[in-house]
Design a protein around this ligand. Structure first.
Ligand code: KIV
Length: 264
């Protein structure tokens, strides 16, 4: 049976961790759900890991819809979430709805969009018209030029307070899930405690309701040095399916991320 937002909320309420991986095609979608992944995120990270671009900024809505349809073709049970690419959620709520509708028509069950207070009106517009929305706070890669690089966010008291306020405002506007990227573990745990919706962390410590990694990263396919929040699950696994199953098991057990993968 297909997992829904209600399934994810139930997992969160029971205290069972939610295992999420990015996914861009049908073959990986089938493998991942057979290995127990709850949510397949069609991330705009595909601009970097699939297309070889320097950032997520060049990814188009047509490319996101194409990859969402590929993932939907391979998945029967997993929940499918798709990223709103750069330029499609920074416009009017009405225009954002039209872009989001393309991803829903391609097979997404939820769209994810980056940003805090500025996104509240849009989140309300979408969720009150039937489109489930996941917020994305902390390091928001589409703002890399404004942030001055891929840096840990929410370190000062003021930034932490702003992030908490943004999370609460997005939830109030109807967001059904909240992804937090590259923030101190204690801040992510605090947000998780204050929200009633599931939180998903990447570089946000073990205190979130679930975890996500870019699949290429957790399979050890990354250029240069491994990022602190990444764990390569391939060594000793013997197969990709086993590496993914090991990731799911560690997320569910709360042993990934460990302190060495978190920021303080
Ligand atoms: O696009 C992506 O892969 C993401 C990550 C933060 C998981 O949004």
């Amino acid at each position: 049976m297909r997992k829904t937002l209600t399934t994810l909320q139930t997992l969160r309420n029971k205290g069972e961790k939610i295992a999420v991986l990015t996914c861009y095609d049908a073959s990986f979608a089938t493998l991942m759900e057979n290995s127990g992944v709850d949510v397949l995120l069609v991330g705009d990270s595909l601009g970097m890991v699939v297309q070889g671009r320097e950032s997520t900024l060049p990814v188009t809505i047509e490319q996101m819809a194409y990859h969402t349809a590929c993932v939907a073709s391979g998945a029967r049970q997993a929940f499918i979430m798709a990223d709103m690419p750069f330029g499609t959620s920074q416009v009017s709520p009405r225009e954002t709805f039209a872009y989001a509708a393309q991803l829903m028509a391609a097979g997404a069950q939820m769209v994810k969009l980056e940003g805090g207070a500025a996104m509240v009106e849009t989140v309300h517009f979408l969720t009150s018209r039937g489109i489930a929305v996941c917020g994305h706070l902390g390091l928001t890669p589409q703002s890399v030029n404004q942030l001055g690089g891929y840096r840990v966010q929410g370190k000062s008291d003021a930034d932490a307070q702003q992030l908490i306020a943004d999370a609460l405002a997005l939830q109030q506007a109807g967001a059904g899930m909240m992804l937090m990227e590259a923030i101190p573990a204690a801040l992510a745990a605090q947000v998780t405690a204050q929200l009633s919706i599931p939180t998903i962390g990447i570089g946000a410590g073990a205190g979130c309701s679930g975890q996500v990694l870019v699949v290429y990263d957790m399979l050890g396919i990354y250029p240069g040095k491994k990022a602190r929040f990444v764990k390569d699950f391939m060594p000793g696994a013997g197969s990709i399916a086993q590496a993914v199953a090991n990731y799911v098991a560690e997320v569910k057990a709360g042993t990934f991320p460990a302190a060495e993968h978190s920021f303080y």
